[in-house]
Write a protein that binds this ligand. Structure first.
Ligand SMILES: CC(C)(COP(=O)(O)OP(=O)(O)OC[C@H]1O[C@@H](n2cnc3c(N)ncnc32)[C@H](O)[C@@H]1OP(=O)(O)O)[C@@H](O)C(=O)NCCC(=O)NCCS
Length: 188
């Protein structure tokens, strides 16, 4: 059987990225409980089952995402990797160095659905951590959503810390819609 190998992303790969199936399913989510008393504001994350499970039906790398990846690749100030197996792309990691805060912003870490839970995401992220240490960055940063519990578990297992949330990131109803932005950091 062919090996899954990791190599630099090329310009020609970008239009093939939508071939990957990126949908995910979550049986539970992190519900956000917010209380406000003037400036005494607290947010509490509580893991709760989702009935029925949440299924992301439109998660893909669309034309806008491809344009942004193309631009970052052209700037070449980060780490851009794909995994390939038997001639098809099966994972992407796209990380941009943000000089102003000495941090690597991970814009995309995705694995084609049939290739998940085989350590591929971990292999990519370990490469990112090694690269960022070599660049003397202070942290890797990324954002995910409270309904993407599989990704939250993945980041937690890798040693990322959950450092904050923004309950108005996507809309004015993020808490009610069970989709709140979470911000994670990996200290280097
Ligand atoms: C998140 C994602 C990149 C993980 O990639 P992966 O290759 O499946 O991850 P790994 O196999 O390296 O998993 C490492 C560990 O993370 C945790 N983990 C990963 N997926 C998990 C899941 N669905 N449920 C629970 N834990 C999970 C486990 O602890 C796992 O170790 P184990 O398999 O020994 O139990 C992948 O699920 C994915 O592409 N999801 C869809 C796209 C996405 O949501 N990307 C993140 C956007 S913010």
């Amino acid at each position: 059987m062919d090996e899954i190998y990791i190599r630099p992303l090329t310009l020609a790969d970008i239009e093939r990225l939508p071939e990957m199936e990126l949908n995910f399913q979550a049986e539970a989510h992190l519900a956000v409980e917010k209380t406000v008393a003037g400036l005494n504001v607290t947010w509490r994350l509580v893991e709760r089952p989702l009935v029925p499970p949440f299924i992301s039906v439109d998660y893909n790398i669309d034309a806008q995402d491809q344009a942004e990846i193309r631009q970052r690749l052209a700037e070449n100030d980060g780490l851009y990797l794909v995994a390939e197996h038997a001639g098809r792309l099966v994972a992407l990691l796209d990380l941009e160095r943000e000089h102003w805060r000495d941090t690597g912003q991970v814009w995309n870490i995705v694995v084609h659905r049939p290739y998940r839970r085989q350590g591929l995401g971990t292999r990519l992220m370990r490469r990112a951590i090694r690269w960022a240490r070599h660049q003397r960055l202070r942290a890797l940063a990324l954002e995910t959503q409270t309904n993407n519990l599989p990704a939250c578990r993945f980041y937690q297992k890798l040693g990322f810390q959950l450092c904050g949330l923004d309950d108005h990131f996507y809309s004015n109803e993020d808490i009610d819609l069970n989709e709140v932005a979470l911000f994670w950091y990996y200290e280097l």
